[in-house]
Ligand binder design. Structure first.
Ligand code: ADP
Ligand code: MG
Length: 401
């Protein structure tokens, strides 16, 4: 079987498993570098397929779809983590897969993920594996309450997890969550949530964007502030964690590391995602080379440029029908940079697009300034409640470094 020579030459084909918006924005970045993308997705008219050069419409587990897809591409990557690692193994027997399936296996399972992070010397919340009610009682004995009980696989946007405040919550939480095993995590009363995106090439050279702050609404990412308004030591620690994780995974590709900053300024890793990440969308507009370009470069074996930021930025997700309905107002607001994902139906909780607002480097405003800068998106009545929370605190700002 012929193996492609890296770096991939112009017009080579990158195979992307998954058809969502992360794939769509990857395809657009790949096109600028002269690559074609071929998308594997079970969904007709998916966001990525709409802009890709070619599509295999098939299930991620279907051996004939996987073989057909592999035969048409030079390298395989993925934009979505819940593809089976077994499917990726099948692809890896036919074509180079970047990142390697072993990396995906770590990120797909919260226990493998936290064991890996701790083994690499990266601090996390205390945690225990829970298979039986007796395990749960022992875990609570070790960790204390409050705590968060989570499924180990297939969780996203806060799905598959329950906050356990007192002992009476244990039984119902254990019963509600399936499949087992579960993981019990100590609850962090965090000052803020931050993330760092790092890219690592086949030559081992790695670069990381600045740490950003992420604010969620109903467990879905709402706002990303770049850079995170945290002390310089916290920001540096966060970047070091992401680079350490990338090296420890022997990653070729992109990784996002989600982290908590606790009230003592300690940085704890929460989750890793070996793919482009929603908290990196601001890089399209605020950086010479975005997370998507770095991802494509790493997968294609090209040299990685610096992960440099020329502007400060705020990214606001457009979630569900209400925010999608503001599209006309967004287009009429000159300061807002619009991105829409081409999804036909705006269901509640569905990420339909995002907007980015840039500020000169070093001049990211405080909460009121950000609200003013996102004016059309703050018109909704129910957004005011989120605003109250938003305005209530930049808990991380002024954190002792
Ligand atoms: N141990 C924890 N302590 C406090 N908050 C948590 C904890 N785990 C998760 N959360 C909150 O729930 C959100 C979603 O959890 P996360 O582990 O990132 O799962 P996912 O993003 O896959 O749904 C986090 O961003 C954070 O706000
Ligand atoms: Mg998360």
């Amino acid at each position: 079987m012929s193996r492609p020579a890296f770096p991939l030459p112009p017009n080579a084909t990158i195979g992307i498993v998954g058809g969502g918006q992360l794939g769509r924005m990857t395809v657009l970045a790949a096109a600028r570098l002269g690559y074609r993308c071929h998308v594997l997705t079970p969904e007709e008219k998916s966001p990525a397929a709409q802009v890709a050069a070619a599509v295999t419409l098939g299930e991620y587990e279907d051996p004939s779809a996987l073989a057909d897809f592999a035969s048409r591409v030079d390298v395989v990557t993925f934009e979505f983590e819940n593809v089976s690692a077994g499917g990726l193994d099948l692809l890896a027997a036919l074509k180079p897969v970047r990142p390697a399936p072993a990396v995906l296996r770590v990120s797909q399972d919260r226990i493998a993920e936290k064991s890996f992070l701790n083994g690499a010397g990266v601090p996390t919340v205390p945690w225990r594996k829970v298979v039986t009610p007796a395990d749960l009682a022992a875990a609570v004995g070790a960790i204390g309450l409050p705590a968060v009980l989570k499924t180990t696989r297939l969780g996203y946007d806060g799905k598959g997890q329950k906050l356990v405040r007192e002992r009476a919550d244990l039984g119902p939480a254990f019963t509600a969550l399936a499949p087992k095993p579960l993981i019990l995590e100590g609850f962090v009363d965090f000052a803020c949530e931050i993330s760092v995106i790092a890219a690592r090439g086949a030559d081992g050279r790695a670069v990381a964007f600045d740490a950003v702050e992420n604010r969620h609404h109903e467990h879905i990412l709402d706002l990303t502030l770049a850079p995170a308004p945290v002390g310089s030591e916290i920001a540096a620690t966060a970047r070091q964690i992401a680079l350490r994780v990338a090296a420890a995974l022997d990653l070729v590709g992109l990784i996002a590391v989600e982290m908590f900053v606790d009230s003592n300024g300690r940085v704890l890793a929460n989750e890793i995602a070996p793919r482009p990440h929603n908290s990196g969308h601001w890089t399209i507009d605020a950086c010479p080379a975005s997370q998507f370009e770095l991802f494509v470069r790493a997968v294609a074996g090209l040299k990685l440029p610096e992960a440099r930021r020329h502007s400060d930025a705020v990214m606001k997700n457009l979630v569900g029908p209400e925010e999608a309905s503001l599209w006309g107002d967004i287009l009429a607001s000159p300061g807002l940079i619009p991105h829409l994902y081409g999804k036909a139906e705006a269901r509640p909780g569905r990420k339909m697009g995002h907007v980015t607002r840039l500020f000169p480097r070093g001049s990211l405003p405080g909460a009121f300034g950000i609200r003013a800068a996102l004016a059309p998106l703050r018109a909704r009545a129910d957004a005011l409640e989120a605003d109250e929370r938003f305005l209530a605190g930049h808990a991380c700002a002024g954190q002792p470094a």
